[in-house]
Design a protein around this ligand. Sequence first.
Ligand code: SF4
Length: 395
Amino acid sequence: QCVSVCPTGALTVKSEIDKVWNAIHDPDKIVVAQIAPAVRVALGEEFGLNAGEDVTGKIVAGLKLIGVGRVFDTLFTADMTTIEEANELLVRLEKNENLPIFTSCCPAWVKYCEQFHADLLPNVSSCRSPQQMFGSVVKKYYAKKLNKRPEDVFVLSIMPCVAKKFEAQRPEFTTGGVPDVDAVLTTVEIAQMFKEASIDFTALPNKAFDNPLGVGSGAALIFGASGGVMESVVRYVSGLTGGDEVGRIDFLPVRGMEGIKKAYVKAGGKILKLAVVNGLANTEKLISMLKSGEASFDAIEVMSCPGGCVGGGGQPEVNDTVARTRRAGEIYEMDRVQQLHKPQDNYFVVKAFEEWFGGVNNHETHHALHTTYVPRRRINGKPFIMNDSQSQRLQ
Ligand code: SF4
């Protein structure tokens, strides 16, 4: 049985490959898969291809071949995440409360914050991660289109990440005993399934995602690299407010492998101060700077893995810096040739917000697309809140 270890030290978990095979062979179930952005530029390495080679079409083809019923793209709900999170930021800016906003896409960061910085939880975006938004919309809305009960739709996530397995099992993402996401396989594990099925991966013809949950913008694609979530928010907010960055946007200051990146952007007549951090030691440094008053920001993206999800613990060659850099480079190349560059350009996502929720950032979206956090570490019955000297010792 395959075992995965999270590089953040958060988890050691058993693979759910057998559970996925059982669901595929269950005549009462339909398996609906989502593929995260960073997977498509890394999975080829398991079959001898170069790091960073785009194998999106082959992954879709392979999944269809082993019996997955619908193959969708996490990009769809990454676009939803950007729209909800950016609107959350705009409201907080207007009210001048709970700033800076921290991103919530990385479950290892969220858990770390719950354990060691409970005082910052009101600052963490209440948006579910794209993985959990996907599970939620499939079980709550898409299952009805299939005339299926939520328990008969098996949601399979294919992620670069081990912490996503823990995230999928959080009790708040289960309704009436039915989880939103039934199983999470890493990039390496899905390659193992293809090998178990004797699939000649490199010879597979490319196939397209199914619709409607298979369409995503370039802004969602770049979620796979450190800085991508922030750049996506900049594209959305700038497009919305008519700031400097309208149209084709490459927001270069937030890109790259540097541990802490700072950027400024004019949007709606205001200068937004942004920070992007990858790695939890760098996150500690940034939090110390915030708490000491040495720095202040409006929004902060946190990813626990080096370089973001391209360097996730479920990817091949986790410690290979060159591979990580190539994967991120290819993600930005793929974005360049996308038709859609901003989440609000994604017709299917805009339509889904109208049809399912009657708009954005409202009561309905909060029910389906947002979540809550809890302080995890308690001392003498009270939440443990780390002070500066305790933070220092972690570095
Ligand atoms: Fe998972 Fe790492 Fe990406 Fe966080 S940064 S979501 S831990 S792969």
